[in-house]
Design a protein around this ligand. Structure first.
Ligand code: GPU
Length: 841
């Protein structure tokens, strides 16, 4: 339907075009207007929630005005766009970010002050948008920020979950999951009821020959679910460019059928249909780096992918170009294998609906897609059972078989007679039942495959995807080391540090060119600067100490060394090794005399992170940390020397408080298991040092900041296999210190030992897959070196300044530029007024 206003009437539109506020007065006017109209309240009943709502609506109006202009500019320029498909977007809060990115936080602060509110209290009202599990989802959010800030024409596509990642409560030391219903008030989304797509599931395929003798395939029957778009504006920093995150929500396709049932007295089943449809976008699966293979998850994937592709194809068709030009207009990035069905769906659209020949269609498909892998852990690699697939998506399964056949034929041609190879690389695993290997499908369907840190990208080439490197050649496989947005993770989370840096570098330009931080290095020995630097770290620790006090009741000394490990709880991330190390420290303190104790550096060991609800070992780790805390924190003998804290419900907004407050943070995965890690980058950028293994991006962080500024320990990834082999087939002596830790646990020092026997047993009796015993000695001696280094505060502060100065590489802006150049082949579309907010201030 043509909805464009005819030329003669456009004058009026131009005259009354919405104008975003710029001044304090105009901001206040907008807030009052929203309170008094949109919210139907007044100054006599405006609490902080209402003030938050009104301030957000004022900024939202501003963002959407720029959003409109950005979309018009892109359509007019007719440029290529990138579409980032991700099942997770871990956005956190939007208001603070919006205020900073458009450069109006000071205006808002004064305006809210005039109206009777403190801006910090207002920001605190917002519920996190927690549509993700961990690093993968947060990476997608950082990428959206960078894409907008660099003015790339880009959209995110995801699911609008009614429930994000669960809230974690700790009850008697155990994790309890509480649903996160975050949508009761969300001013950041725009429902687009006019943008709706019918999505088909189940049914049958029928083949017939048309008049010309060509075989036509139709997918018939089954059920239809409606996808409705919800748009979230993504503002860039220091640019009017405002991109779109489109999230799909599911509803029953039509009310009519239900209505009939209702009239027939079959009310229950009419409601059941409705609910079944809505279930698709109801909840985020809470597993991190684990494939569960549940039908509803596959339904989510297809629902989201089909709606997104319909939308992308519709936009392309409006340009009236030939299909061959599709890859010149569209790049689609697959964030892990979750959206891999998009490969099959685009092929289906082109051959079944648009009538292209197979080869022509497939050529378009492979030029369009890029695939990012985020793990080598076998349990995380997605596989779907063929029978399940056959039932839910019969047409897609038949296309997958065709893709596989064509692929295997080409492999066979180049490697005649190598049956083993064909079996190894087949997209269909010949197991019972047969399984579709999604990573293989993603590789075959894309023109580029990338890992997320150098070591990881090397590992995928030499292990899980080795055969594919031989088949496609090494150029198809590349690396884009992860990064983080310095806007949220420095400027927003640590405003005082950002301001101090700006005062030395002559403005905030470093937030858009992070390599400018280099110039900080000359202040690494500047006495006054170091004093300010240290004072800010202390203030951030005081703030975290307050948070710890109010949430756990435990008093911690802000002058103690803060040692932090916050991330999803996972055996491969080895929080168990950390807590064993804490127990070792506790036993050491207990065995010391009073004089010896005086020489010790006080330490606060802080843990945080969610365990997947079905991951029993991870839950046991949470329980052990809390149980150790309960003993240690109440031991008068120990006092300030050691405190053990578990911070409940770790999420993005809590990370903004936690990250700036660390002295040392732990990134201690078994070498070769953590693809990259991104919190390692956040902590260093905020003036904390790290203790870590030679894994993921730790290696590149070391290269950038210098080996003298990081505490590395443990075995290397190339030795892991042999060590595991030795555990299974050799005799080994348990590390003596670790044995004492196990004795303490078994002696019920932290409550009933039976509760923790699986954790101890995994190391002692079950092969110690994650090499805790191999790395423990190196870990605790390196922790002693941390203590030693921390005693020399002067030197420590210099190290942190130098490290920050050398972190420029890890901005997600660098990642996005690399993807744009080597994978997407897109250019920024820079608005005329970009960079006019005066970053040199
Ligand atoms: N990652 Br697979 C997740 O957060 N969830 C997943 O399901 C998978 C990977 C993480 C990696 O573990 C982490 O090392 C990496 O930094 C991050 O993705 C972003 O690439």
């Amino acid at each position: 339907v043509e909805a464009s206003i005819p030329e003669p009437q456009r004058e009026a539109w131009k005259r009354f075009q919405a104008k975003p506020f710029e001044t304090k007065d105009d901001f206040e006017k907008e807030v009052v207007r929203h309170v008094e109209t949109t919210l139907a309240r007044s100054m006599f009943n405006c609490d902080e929630t209402a003030a938050y709502a009104a301030a957000s609506l004022a900024f939202r109006d501003r963002l959407i005005t720029e959003w409109n202009k950005t979309q018009q500019r892109q359509t007019f320029a007719d440029t290529k766009r990138v579409y980032y498909l991700s099942l997770e977007f871990l956005m956190g809060r939007a208001l603070d970010n919006a205020m900073l990115n458009v450069g109006l936080k000071d205006v808002a602060k004064d305006g809210l002050g005039d109206l009777g509110f403190r801006i910090e209290d207002i920001i605190e009202q917002e519920h996190d948008a927690a549509l993700g599990n961990g690093g993968l989802g947060r990476l997608a959010a950082c990428f959206l920020d960078s894409l907008a800030s660099l003015s790339y024409p880009a959209w995110g596509y995801g699911l609008r979950y009614r429930y994000g990642i669960f809230k974690q409560e700790i009850v008697d030391g155990y994790q309890v999951e509480v649903p996160d219903y975050w949508l009761d008030f969300n001013p950041w989304e725009f429902p687009r009821h006019d943008i709706a797509v019918d999505i088909q599931f189940y049914g049958n395929i029928r083949k017939y020959q048309d008049d010309t003798g060509k075989t036509v395939v139709v997918w018939e029957g089954g059920e239809i679910v409606k996808a409705t778009a919800y748009d979230v504006p993504i503002p860039g920093f220091d640019t009017p460019a405002t991109n779109n995150l489109r999230l799909w929500s599911s509803k029953a396709a039509s009310g009519e059928f239900d209505f009939q049932k209702f009239n027939n007295g079959d009310y229950e089943s009419s409601v059941a249909d409705q609910q079944r449809a809505e279930t698709i976008s109801a909840v985020l699966y809470p597993n991190d780096s684990l494939d569960r293979g549940k039908e509803l998850r596959l339904k989510q994937q297809y629902f989201w992918v089909a709606a997104s592709l319909y939308d992308i194809v519709r936009r392309f068709k409006k340009t009236k170009r030939a299909w061959g030009e599709f890859p010149d207009q569209v790049a689609i990035q697959l964030n892990d294998t979750h959206p891999t069905l998009a490969v099959v769906e685009l092929q289906r659209i082109l051959i079944d609906l648009e009538g292209l020949e197979w080869d022509e269609a497939w050529n378009i498909v492979t030029k369009t897609f890029g695939y990012t892998n985020h793990t080598v852990l076998p349990e995380a690699l997605e596989k779907w059972s063929v029978p399940l697939f056959q039932n839910l998506l019969p047409r897609h399964l038949s296309i997958i078989y065709d893709i596989n056949q064509t692929f295997l034929q080409s492999v066979e041609r180049k490697n005649p007679g190598d049956r083993d190879l064909l079996q190894r690389v087949s997209i269909i695993e010949e197991s019972q039942p047969k399984m579709v290997r999604m990573a293989y499908l993603a590789i075959v369907g894309s023109h580029k495959v990338n890992g997320v840190a150098e070591l990881h990208s090397d590992l995928i080439k030499t292990t899980i995807f080795k055969d594919f490197v031989n088949i496609f050649g090494p150029d198809k496989f590349t690396n884009v080391t992860n990064g983080i947005t310095p806007r949220r993770w420095l400027h927003q989370a640590n405003p005082r540090l950002s301001a101090l840096i700006a005062s030395k570098l002559g403005g905030l330009a470093f937030l858009k060119d992070l390599t400018l931080l280099n110039d900080l290095e000359k202040f690494a020995d500047d006495k006054d600067f170091k004093k300010d630097w240290a004072e800010i770290k202390h203030a951030n620790k005081v703030r975290l100490a307050k948070h710890i006090k109010t949430t756990t009741g435990v008093t911690v000394n802000p002058s103690a060394l803060f040692d932090i490990q916050v991330k999803r709880i996972h055996e491969y991330k080895r929080q168990q090794m950390n807590i064993f190390g804490v127990i070792h420290r506790y036993l050491t303190i207990k065995a010391m005399g009073a004089e010896e104790r005086k020489k010790l550096a006080p330490r606060v060991s802080i843990f945080g992170g969610k365990a997947a609800p079905g991951y029993w070992m991870a839950k046991t780790i949470v329980h052990l940390v809390n149980s150790v805390g309960a003993v240690v924190n109440n031991d008068k003998d120990v006092g300030d020397l050691l405190k053990v804290i578990f911070l409940e419900d770790y999420n993005v907004s809590k990370a903004e408080i936690i990250v700036p407050a660390s002295d040392i943070s732990e990134h201690i995965s078994t070498a070769g298991t953590e693809a990259s890690g991104t919190s390692n980058m956040k902590f260093v950028l905020n003036g904390g040092l790290i203790i870590g293994t030679c894994d993921g991006a730790n290696i590149e962080i070391t290269r950038e900041i210098g080996a003298e500024n990081i505490f590395l320990f443990g075995n290397l990834s190339e030795d892991v296999e042999d060590l595991r082999h030795a555990h299974t087939y050799g005799n080994r002596d348990m590390d003596a210190d670790l044995a004492k830790v196990f004795e303490a646990i078994k002696g019920n020092m932290f409550g009933d030992a039976n509760s923790f026997s699986a954790l101890v047993g995994a190391v002692e009796n079950h092969g110690d897959y994650y090499l805790v015993s191999d790395d423990f000695h190196s870990y605790i001696t390196t922790q002693d070196m941390v203590d030693e280094a921390y005693r020399d505060q002067d030197e420590w502060v210099s190290k942190t300044i130098i490290s920050v100065a050398r972190m420029g590489f890890f901005t997600s802006d660098r990642c996005i530029n690399e993807y744009a150049e080597s994978i997407w082949n897109i250019e920024p579309l820079v608005p005329e007024t970009e960079g006019q907010s005066g970053l040199e201030r």
